[in-house]
Design a protein around this ligand. Sequence first.
Ligand SMILES: *[C@@H]1O[C@H](CO)[C@@H](O)[C@H](O)[C@H]1NC(C)=O
Ligand SMILES: *[C@@H]1O[C@H](CO)[C@@H](O)[C@H](O)[C@H]1NC(C)=O
Ligand SMILES: *[C@@H]1O[C@H](CO)[C@@H](O)[C@H](O)[C@H]1NC(C)=O
Ligand SMILES: *[C@@H]1O[C@H](CO)[C@@H](O)[C@H](O)[C@H]1NC(C)=O
Ligand SMILES: *[C@@H]1O[C@H](CO)[C@@H](O)[C@H](O)[C@H]1NC(C)=O
Ligand SMILES: *[C@@H]1O[C@H](CO)[C@@H](O)[C@H](O)[C@H]1NC(C)=O
Length: 481
Amino acid sequence: MKYGLAVRGFLLFLMVNTVQSIGGNWGTQATHPLHPTIVVKLLKDNGIQKVKLFDAEATVLNALSGSGIEVMVGIPNDMLSTLANSVEAAERWVERNVSAHVSSNSVDIRYVAVGNEPFLSTYNGTFEAMTLPALQNIQAALIKAGLGNRVKVTVPLNADVYQSSTEQPSTGDFRANIHDLMVQIVSFLSLNGAPFTVNIYPFISLYKDPNFPVDYAFFDGYSSPIVDNGRTYTNVFDANYDTLVWALQKNGFGNMTIIVGEIGWPTDGDRNANIGYAQKFNQGFMSHMNGGTPMRPGPIDAYLFSLIDEDAKSIQPGNFERHWGIFNYDGTPKYNLSVGGSNSRSLVPASNVHYLPKRWCVLSPSANLDDPQVAPSVSYACDRADCTSLGYGTSCGNLDARGNISYAFNSYYQINNQLESACRFPNLSVITTTDPSVGTCRFNIMIQTAGNQRNDGFLLEPIRVQILGFLSALLLLLYWS
Ligand SMILES: *[C@@H]1O[C@H](CO)[C@@H](O)[C@H](O)[C@H]1NC(C)=O
Ligand SMILES: *[C@@H]1O[C@H](CO)[C@@H](O)[C@H](O)[C@H]1NC(C)=O
Ligand SMILES: *[C@@H]1O[C@H](CO)[C@@H](O)[C@H](O)[C@H]1NC(C)=O
Ligand SMILES: *[C@@H]1O[C@H](CO)[C@@H](O)[C@H](O)[C@H]1NC(C)=O
Ligand SMILES: *[C@@H]1O[C@H](CO)[C@@H](O)[C@H](O)[C@H]1NC(C)=O
Ligand SMILES: *[C@@H]1O[C@H](CO)[C@@H](O)[C@H](O)[C@H]1NC(C)=O
């Protein structure tokens, strides 16, 4: 009896560790991205066996070569129009960005993500007419390249493509203004044995609605569960996922494969974005994904959003947008999480990361807070660097006025590779070797970019950055003269 349980436990362990490992989203919108080979090692060290990309950058795909990691390559929305209008462009895209890597480089490409959330309401329909034709052209190009069985197309969509009229998932259907288009896309995917990819964000529910019940965003139970046709929902992820299942079923695609393209929680930039919540959500999801939802019991195929923070992302969605990583900008883990095949509770940090010297740019102790240059200097720095960790409820939300100014100066200085001229805010700034970090508020030191390592494709990078830094310093001087 006991033995039987042990064997079952072992089988479950095998399932969990082979079938069920979580993937990761690897975005590169950072001022100082980690070198792709460092990221690939980070993935392997942490047992992350699949990645989703937003692009098809050659340096990233080359680094993935021979890694055994499964890859979803992406096509950015701004390329959809070209690919929709030209079969040849789609064929060239597949040849260059899929075939070349699959054959010569042995990159294990499994999916092509055509567009990224192209039907987001905020795009006002810009990509509506071109997404399906682009999908069709890429699919045809994959077949022509002999990759039709090996590489599947999909369109990562935001969960706003479906809705429910009540909180019950069974009232779900596709958004009325794109209903017919969605049915066409789903039929096309289904015909080609391709999956439906959806991004689900309980954090955004909480961010947008201050009355949203916090417990319902997580996986630890909720005191007022939603009951729907005898099924009980204690977390919004399940309810949201099953709303999609119902929408698909209602339109004749009850068996459609679903991939969760993005799931995660940010750690900074909002009062609900912190390490405690992020760990609770992501670890909760990791345990939950094996069981599935009331409508679809069984393992869920999902990609965490995201692997590493990206300090150059647009903050139009909110200040939290640069803080979704389970790793900081430098590949250090933000919190303990057990992912992938590893049984360890803690994440393995990136190796071979080199930092700039231990120097920070801060507000000079002798500077006067009433100096009229303070406000323009801070806004100059924040516009060009990253001040998203300042503000109510954030990691640096408790700084005093002087701390705030120092934070802005330092961010600008580090993003400009500690260029001396990037710490010349008139009569205000000074370079220090004493770490100004306090409590949860980290004054970062920038990492050396790949340009500081010789013999690779990034050799030109630091020169460009330095010229940019020089130009902005020049502008800064002009600004104040
Ligand atoms: C391959 O993908 C890259 C990155 O998105 C893009 O810049 C390039 O134009 C693509 N190549 C072709 C031939 O379409
Ligand atoms: C969508 O429309 C709104 C309101 O008309 C406008 O402010 C916004 O810039 C538009 N967005 C895009 C991406 O076109
Ligand atoms: C859906 O899948 C189940 C289980 O694989 C199968 O029994 C059923 O016939 C399928 N339904 C459709 C509509 O394909
Ligand atoms: C992970 O947990 C260990 C043991 O509890 C602790 O020492 C370590 O600081 C934690 N790591 C992070 C990144 O929180
Ligand atoms: C620090 O900066 C943040 C964000 O700009 C602001 O909300 C806060 O009021 C500032 N705090 C002080 C003490 O100036
Ligand atoms: C810096 O301070 C000095 C002396 O207090 C003053 O003469 C000068 O105008 C200041 N420079 C700027 C750019 O504010």
